[in-house]
Design a protein around this ligand. Structure first.
Ligand code: SF4
Length: 61
């Protein structure tokens, strides 16, 4: 039986798959941009707001 692996999602672009847009990244787990955003409290807060907007827009559609 063949199993399909789930495509990792980009934590920075809610709803979008990881496209390996950062050189050297093999996924969100070692993406330097994700790490940079998660380590910065201000950027992390902006990301949380963006995710909340995305969830609200998804529920409305
Ligand atoms: S490489 Fe990083 S920034 Fe690019 S899509 Fe994947 S997780 Fe997102």
């Amino acid at each position: 039986m063949r199993r399909r692996l789930a495509t990792p999602r980009c934590p920075l672009r809610p709803g979008d798959p990881c496209t390996l847009c950062v050189p050297g990244a093999t996924g969100p787990q070692d993406c330097q941009t994700v790490r940079f955003v998660m380590e910065d409290p201000e950027l992390r807060e902006m990301l949380q707001a963006k995710r909340a907007e995305w969830r609200a827009a998804k529920q409305a559609s």
